[in-house]
Design a protein around this ligand. Sequence first.
Ligand SMILES: Nc1ncnc2c1ncn2[C@@H]1O[C@H](COP(=O)(O)OP(=O)(O)O)[C@@H](O)[C@H]1O
Ligand SMILES: [Mg+2]
Length: 232
Amino acid sequence: MDQAMIIEINSVNKSYIDGYDRDRKLVLRDVSLKVNAGETVAIVGQSGCGKSTLLNLMGALDVPDSGSITINGKELSKLSPKQAAATRAEDIGFVFQSHHLLPQATVIENVTLPSLAVPKKRNAQSVKARAMDLLSKVGISEHANQFPGQLSGGERQRAAVVRSLINKPSLLLADEPTGALDAGNADDLTGLLLDLNKSEGIALVVVTHNEKVASKMDRKLTIQSGILQELE
Ligand SMILES: Nc1ncnc2c1ncn2[C@@H]1O[C@H](COP(=O)(O)OP(=O)(O)O)[C@@H](O)[C@H]1O
Ligand SMILES: [Mg+2]
């Protein structure tokens, strides 16, 4: 039986106006991609080739010039701004190179914050229980009541991963998640993302410069001159 498709990108074009010479620059050309439930995908390629642009489109943070993007059966261009916000909050988790934790909030407050965007069926007690369970899974439950400044870089990034998963998304988008970590912490975080991919059944799309990280994913994609290619 076919696995459920989480995201389908169909013939997407995306351009930006270059601020310097004011030319329109095509960053993604006729890009199509399908990712199934539970798959792991690496996106690699030169700086500036369009990796973040593609990830932002997949996460409904930006819109394509043409083509369509469908997440869990919902075509993004047909959603109202409110529905698009709900999709971002419920279906998708984001992790960036920088953790973006709020310094004045504790770890448990930081990781439960996104649940406020999904008022239905949320009760504070069960959200907190899930948060504690995830914090244990990633090995930082003893830091729940500390502030981000009291954690190491690797621990902060693990807290950011927990925050991304709090609303049980079906798709986790990570843009250079190990970019600011040393080799040991990068390995640990990658192992953790793969464990969560298995235990939560979440599809994982990771933009990375790290060959070792990329080699651990089921599929490897690259972008060259705006064209998406599947490697191997
Ligand atoms: N908001 C924007 N406005 C103008 N140009 C942009 C914008 N975002 C990205 N670009 C340009 O699009 C290209 C791809 O950028 P990006 O997707 O960030 O690359 P990567 O993540 O692969 O390093 C770059 O040339 C970048 O300068
Ligand atoms: Mg980028």
